[in-house]
Design a protein around this ligand. Structure first.
Ligand code: PEP
Ligand code: MG
Length: 589
């Protein structure tokens, strides 16, 4: 990762060029938005004139609470003693002052009344105005006060927003480029492609769920950019080149022109690929592959269809549980899944049961991550430990199976007992629904197993007895086989799906599926990377599920390949033990 201020000038800011991991293709150019981990969301809405005094009271209550909090802190500072305690005491006095009749507090009250907006929005606007005027004065004393005002403001905001659900990114400028230390998968799910042009972060690996989500939403994205936040100056223009893995802050006019041209070229290429939407994914020697989409949110279905997805190969249902404080009930889950199944219009939809845990958290479930979340109570383990969750989810899936072809996929299975237990729960859910008088199809939906734990790959033949299909989750399979955290940028360079151990496991799984005559596909990120297409085909895979944005490039690749060549290459690759040689063989096909 390089950090090189490139061009300077006496008057303006200096262009900063930073490199990281290329995650989502495309180029974003837009106003820089800093998402600081502790920054709070600012809900903004208009209030009716009859609500003004109640809103002012709500703000007064927040001020009152802040004032108590500061008094308590002052007490602690006193106990601290010494010059540090004294200094902190002065600071807290200044804070207390600010909370009583200061310009800040008066300004917020006035805004609530005159602009008829909620207290949080009024507070944010008032802070921005004061900070702006202080910054314009270029006075060291006032500059220090800016930090104090922001601190007090944050405290008040926290007091106000603790009553309302957490909603970050509600006040983004249009076309914003978001720069953050870290974005959680739940944060990323909240990003609206209509407002966000691109994202870059300091933390996160290429196969983290944040990266996956960014790809799904089609954002140009770069992760693992060291020093990003040092250079992230609010108000600057930022460029994110997701194909090259580069972030540029305060670009010179020449750089902006260059990247606008690159962006136009990228969009042209994408338009030309979109012409492949309705042509089949057939190789030169006539083998037909199935290309499906991975989705996290029901809203992604339209993008999947536009990209030519022949089905949803992986619906990560856990995203329905994120960004809320409660757990969706059966009817709500039915409503969300029904939208997907209906819009797919008879194409298959594979719904994965809850896969929370690891880096995917859902507040409403009240789970405290264990000492090693990747190896803890996640995915099917959690579903079996909390059968009430699984029962509701299975009931909801069964109900939507009446609308269109649905398959059920179980994540993180390591042993046959787990899939047997899920099957038993499925039968129970069916009986309960029938007893409730609910109509169901005669046949149960196919029940599949994700092969993403080495134990499952090595014992795939045993699992095949109990599974109707396999879906290989290479993201986790690589993580667990190589003991490389998929979300940790510090070891990202070691994360290698071409490791012979991984390839052998894919082969073993494909062989076991073939013997048991059950379908097998790949739904990890490599399914959407055209560099791996020939190898996966050569290993016997005919069913690939990926982020929608990758479907056209993978299809183009397939149409240029022949199964005979791919099979020959895969045979050579499997004889190799050196990942570098393997990569070379891949590049030659
Ligand atoms: C995988 O592990 O490859 C997979 C597809 O599931 P997820 O990325 O959601 O863990
Ligand atoms: Mg997985």
């Amino acid at each position: 990762m390089s950090h090189s201020p490139t061009i300077g000038s006496d008057s303006g800011p200096v262009e900063v060029v930073l490199d990281g991991m290329a995650i989502g293709r495309g180029i974003a150019i837009g106003p820089l938005y800093r998402h600081d981990a502790e920054s709070l969301s600012v809900p903004e809405y208009k209030i009716a004139s009859g609500r003004i005094s109640a809103e002012r009271q709500r703000f007064s209550d927040a001020v009152e609470r802040a004032s108590h909090q500061v008094a308590e802190l002052k007490e602690k500072a006193r106990l601290l003693g010494g010059s540090a305690g004294e200094e902190l005491g002065y600071l807290l006095d200044a804070y207390r002052h600010m909370l009583h009749g200061s310009r800040l507090v008066r300004g917020v009250r006035t805004r609530i009344e005159t602009d008829r907006i909620n207290a949080e929005a009024a507070l944010q606007q008032e802070i921005n105005t004061i900070v702006h005027s202080f910054e314009a004065m270029e006075d060291a004393y006032l500059a220090a006060r800016v930090t104090d005002i922001r601190d007090v403001g944050r405290r008040l905001l926290r007091n106000l927003t603790s009553e309302t659900p957490y909603r970050p990114f509600s006040s983004l400028p249009k076309g914003a480029v978001i720069l953050a230390d870290e974005l959680t998968p739940a944060d990323t799910a909240l990003l609206d492609p209509k407002h966000v042009a691109g994202v870059a972060t300091v933390l996160g690996g290429a196969e983290s769920h944040t990266a996956i989500m960014a790809r799904s939403l089609g954002f140009p994205a770069v992760l693992g950019v060291a020093d990003l936040m040092k250079a992230a100056r609010p108000g600057a223009i930022a460029i994110v080149d997701g194909g090259q893995g580069r972030v540029i802050i305060d670009p010179t006019p020449e750089t902006i022109v260059l990247y606008r041209r690159k962006r136009a070229e990228f969009l042209r290429a994408r338009r030309s690929l979109s012409r492949l939407r309705d042509v089949p994914a057939v190789t030169r020697d006539g083998a037909q592959l199935l290309l499906q989409a991975n989705i996290e949110l029901p809203t992604e279905v339209d993008t999947a269809l536009a990209a030519g997805a022949e089905g949803i190969g992986l619906f990560r249902s856990e995203f329905l549980f994120m960004n809320r404080d409660d757990v969706p009930g059966e009817d709500e889950q039915v409503a969300m899944m029904r939208g997907v199944v209906e819009r797919m219009g008879g194409r298959p939809v594979t719904i994965r049961t809850l896969d929370v845990g690891g880096d995917k958290l859902a507040r409403g479930l009240g789970i405290t991550p264990g000492p090693n979340p990747a190896l803890g109570l996640r995915a099917v383990r959690l579903s079996l430990a909390r059968p009430e969750l699984l029962d509701i989810q299975l009931a909801a899936i069964l109900r939507v199976s009446l609308i269109g072809p649905v398959r059920i996929l179980v994540p993180m299975v390591a042993s046959a007992d787990e899939i047997r237990a899920v099957k038993a729960a499925l039968l129970r859910a069916r009986d309960t629904l029938l007893a409730r008088g609910i109509d169901l199809p005669n046949e149960l939906p196919p029940l599949g197993v994700m092969i993403e734990v080495p134990a499952a790959a090595v014992a795939a033949d045993a699992l095949a007895w109990h599974a109707d299909f396999f879906s290989i989750g290479t993201n986790d399979l690589v993580q667990y086989t190589l003991a490389i955290d998929r979300g940790d940028e510090a070891v990202a360079a070691l994360y290698n799906p071409l490791h012979p151990a991984v390839l052998r496991m894919i082969r073993m799984t494909a062989d076991a599926a073939q013997q048991a005559r059950i379908p097998v596909g790949v739904c990890g990120e490599i399914a959407g990377d055209p560099r791996f297409t020939a190898l996966l085909m050569g290993l016997g895979i005919r069913d690939l599920s990926m982020s929608s944005s990758n479907i056209p490039v993978v299809k183009q690749r397939i149409r240029g390949l022949a199964v005979v060549d791919a099979t020959r290459m895969a045979r050579l690759v499997l004889k190799q033990t050196d990942p570098v040689q393997i990569a070379r063989l891949l590049d030659k096909t």
